[in-house]
Design a protein. Sequence first.
Length: 80
Amino acid sequence: MARLLSMAIAVVVGSAVLRCTPSFVSGPQLRGEAAWAAAAGAAAVASMPDSAEAFVYNGKEYFDITFGISPFAWAFAGFS
C-alpha cells in the first residue's frame, strides 16, 4: 500500500512539474534588416542540396532506396 501511495505521489508531482514548465521559449524578436538577413540565411541553408547518399560496392555505385531503414520496418509502417 505504501509503495502504491508513493508511486501515485510521484506521478502527481511529475505531471505537475511537466505542466508548469514552458513548452516553447521563443528567440529574440528581430526587426528590420536583421529579420531580412536571418530569413535570407535560413532560406539559403534550406535550399542547399544534400548528398545523394550513395555507396560503392565492388566498384559499382548503388543508391539506398530504403533510406537505411529495414524493409520489415517499411512493411510495418505501411500497415499501421
